[in-house]
Design a protein around this ligand. Structure first.
Ligand SMILES: NC(=O)c1ccc[n+]([C@@H]2O[C@H](COP(=O)([O-])OP(=O)(O)OC[C@H]3O[C@@H](n4cnc5c(N)ncnc54)[C@H](OP(=O)(O)O)[C@@H]3O)[C@@H](O)[C@H]2O)c1
Length: 341
């Protein structure tokens, strides 16, 4: 069994990682940490009662180092700016440990982008080149297999890249793409804040950080070259899921060429489901699936795509990356349908 420790276990990322891994045939979660909680994990995450008898491990620097030495893989499920400081000592102290970081701290290869997009100077710029971007479907599968440090994608970023990648890789993104990405409230994490907690969100719908969301540089880097994207995230009154509508200028590319671009990359992908009509968000909630529909038009292709922000947008992809890093079946622990409602 692969031994895994999850740091940041009271949050949504830690919670969803544990939910997926208690059903994984090749992984044992040995510890779930918290700075603040020490009781049974199932008290905090009651849906896992009967599936995990773990208690939270009180996290300190020494505990992190010990867990890195005693486990095969460590997940960082903490806010931006934390793993940039806490993760590098683990790489040094535990030569065999692999690390999957759910935050944005190792996603951008250029350290000069961190102050502008994340609001901090990166303390370990030399490590950014060592992190592999963890989105297997979009050209990173082989690099993830050999990686010691994987930077798991952002949720909006994963959805947007998956929508644009099939056309961008063939040079069919001919101009500036416009992306509307709508997320549920779990995207803001488990701690209620002004503007993101339930009373503020459940009757509301709004755009936020238009053209300035921190996932944009990650999208542009993943698409490569000259890609240009106008990206506008929205907050919607549901808990889980992201729905993207992308308007992609494709020049004179024909309908069959546009459809073939998606079939070429996604027909053999285990988690991507191509649909003839626009996907329902709820069909992918609780899963690692990517539901996609492409509608070619006159010079523009419209791509609609749905993922679960806590699944393919975070913990599901992290488990998929673990499977690749350790040579397991890529779908292990992840092959399940959604609840449907
Ligand atoms: N939510 C999403 O849809 C989503 C999707 C993709 C990626 N991500 C990224 O994944 C990471 C985890 O997200 P999440 O939604 O799980 O966040 P979350 O619900 O807010 O949980 C983060 C956890 O980190 C722990 N923590 C450790 N150091 C901390 C610090 N200095 N300040 C605050 N909390 C600290 C907290 O646990 P204790 O207080 O118990 O120590 C907290 O429960 C974030 O970087 C996020 O941007 C989130």
């Amino acid at each position: 069994m692969i031994r895994a420790a999850i740091l940041g276990g009271t949050g949504y990322g830690g919670m969803e990682l544990l939910r997926l891994l208690v059903g994984h045939p090749g992984v044992e979660v040995t510890a779930l940490t918290s700075r603040t909680e020490e009781g049974p994990v199932a008290d905090r995450h009651p849906h896992l009662a009967g599936y995990s008898s773990l208690r939270f491990t009180k996290e300190t620097e020494d505990v992190r180092l010990r867990l890195a030495r005693e486990n095969d893989v460590v997940f960082f499920a903490k806010p931006h700016g934390v793993s940039a400081a806490e993760l590098p000592p683990l790489l040094e102290a535990a030569a065999d440990a692999r690390i999957i970081d759910l935050s944005g701290d190792f996603r951008l290869p250029d350290p000069s982008q961190y102050p502008a997009w994340y609001g901090f100077e990166h303390p370990h710029p030399g490590l950014l080149g060592q992190a592999e971007y963890g989105l297997a479907e979009c050209g990173h599968r082989d690099a993830i297999r050999g990686a010691r440090l994987v930077a798991n994608p952002g949720c909006h970023a994963a959805a947007t890249i998956l929508a644009l990648w099939p056309l961008a890789r063939l040079g069919l993104l001919r101009g500036r793409a416009s992306v509307v990405s709508v997320t549920g409230s779990s995207g803001s994490g488990a701690r209620a804040k002004a503007g993101t907690h339930h009373p503020e969100r459940f009757t509301n719908f709004k755009a936020y950080r238009p053209l300035h969301h921190q996932h944009l540089p990650e999208v542009l880097h993943a698409l490569g070259g000259e890609a240009r994207v106008d990206f506008v995230p929205h907050s919607a009154p549901f808990a889980r899921g992201i729905h993207v509508t992308a308007f992609v200028p494709v020049g004179d590319a024909g309908d069959d060429e546009v459809r073939a671009a998606f079939a070429d990359v996604y027909d053999d992908e285990p988690f991507v489901r191509m649909h003839a009509k626009s996907p329902d968000l709820r069909a992918c909630v609780g899963t690692n699936h990517v539901d996609v529909c492409v509608t070619p038009g006159d010079g523009t292709a419209v791509v609609t795509l749905a993922i679960d922000n806590l699944g393919k947008g975070m913990a599901g992809t992290a488990v998929q990356n673990l499977n690749l890093m350790f040579g397991l079946d890529e779908t292990a622990g992840l092959d399940r349908p959604g609840a449907g409602l």
